[in-house]
Design a protein around this ligand. Structure first.
Ligand code: SAH
Length: 249
């Protein structure tokens, strides 16, 4: 899926991927307690639902990065509404070319966005940005079984060939120089309440204005198919949170 229709589908919605404040809090709870104000990088922040939770719960400062400037305006507005404007800075940039010197962050966070470059690349590219002993937390689409149903496997092999199991991702993390502090699946309500539910309503709104644009209609069809597939196979795949700590070199 190209990014422009993806953006139109998500503009103004609370999240641009599955997640919830409860899951963000659960991942934060498995981090070592910071001894000083944390420097946090939120990669692919989207509208900033998790950015605000990070700024609220962790002492320190969050730099929120996204490739779409209009998402960053939402982040700023969210931070202001929450009284956290002084703790959040936004930055337009791409996750495969982050403009920060080595060791800049105590914590790198990324919910629902690592798929853009894939887990192995994110683990490799972001590790140098962490200080020694710094942490990386992200969510990622995973298989929850070694033998997925054929129709789900066919769909995801095409949409996201890099998708693997929770254990597969834990293994990738260890090979890339991290210790796994925690991993847990996101509950199905993290998909429905703030993500697929609002996206489904948006699809219904866009059908008429997009009816003469076959490529955009195809995106709506594909997304609707993705949602319908999840409604039948949520026990076999979903998102999982991974909380990692950079191992010493
Ligand atoms: N973390 C948010 C958004 C997840 S959707 C949430 O959970 O709601 C993925 C996000 O990655 C989108 O906001 C998209 O604009 C952003 N993105 C896509 N490609 C990117 C890139 N190359 N660099 C940085 N962000 C990117």
């Amino acid at each position: 899926m190209s990014l422009e229709p993806l953006f139109a589908l998500h503009e103004g919605l609370p999240r641009a991927g599955p997640g919830s404040e409860a899951s963000t809090r659960r991942a934060i709870a498995s981090l070592p307690v910071p001894s000083e104000p944390a420097r946090i990088l939120d990669v692919g922040c989207g509208p900033g639902a998790q950015t605000v939770v990070l700024a609220k719960l962790l002492q320190g400062h969050v730099v929120a990065v996204d490739i779409f400037e209009s998402f960053l305006r939402q982040v700023t507005a969210n931070a202001e509404v929450s009284g956290l404007a002084g703790r959040v800075t936004t930055c337009v940039g791409s996750m495969d070319a982050l403009p920060f010197p080595p060791g800049s962050f105590d914590l790198i966070w990324s919910e629902g966005a690592v798929y853009v470059i894939g887990v192995p690349k994110a683990l490799e590219l972001w590790r140098p940005l962490l200080r020694p002993g710094g942490c990386l937390a992200f969510t990622e689409a995973c298989w929850f079984t070694d033998s997925p149903p054929a129709e789900a496997k066919t769909f995801w092999d095409q949409s996201y060939p890099g998708m693997t199991t929770v254990d597969g991702n834990r293994g990738r993390a260890v090979s890339a120089g991290y210790e796994v502090l925690a991993s847990f699946p996101l509950p199905p309500e993290d998909w429905w309440e703030t993500y697929y539910g609002p996206v489904r309503a948006r699809i219904a709104e866009l059908r008429d204005p997009w009816r003469d644009k076959p490529d955009l209609m195809a995106v709506l069809d594909e997304t609707e198919h993705e949602i319908e597939l999840f409604s039948r196979h949520a026990d076999t795949y979903g998102y999982a949170f991974f909380v990692l700590k950079k191992s010493s070199d």
